[in-house]
Write a protein that binds this ligand. Sequence first.
Ligand SMILES: [Zn+2]
Length: 129
Amino acid sequence: MYYPELMSIKGNVQIHPEILNKFDNWIGKRDFTQRRGLKASQLIEQINIDRELAQFLLVEATYLGILKKQYVLFCPFCNEFKRYDSFNEIPSEIECSQSQKEYSPSSYIRNIFLVFDIVKYPGKELIKT
Ligand SMILES: [Zn+2]
């Protein structure tokens, strides 16, 4: 495993080791260009689990220091986006530096995405090619 500590994750119900293995691969088998902006929807599709379990695994990996939560806000008028460490850091009013438009993020909740960045990289000796 890239992250043996993932085996310590325990849910209300037993999580199958195979799921943890797949989750481990999903995080570990990435080059440096693919280590930011991981989405729950991608995990759901990739390892075929339900949303609740996907979110649980992502949050647990955050507690383990492997992932870091990030909120990405897309400007509703252009392609500009900003990243925030927490939901509370998103300002109530924003002036976009690209489109010069002013807007309230709370009116564009659908433009806010929860993503995860990998902050702990797997040990070199464990990287399979
Ligand atoms: Zn904009």
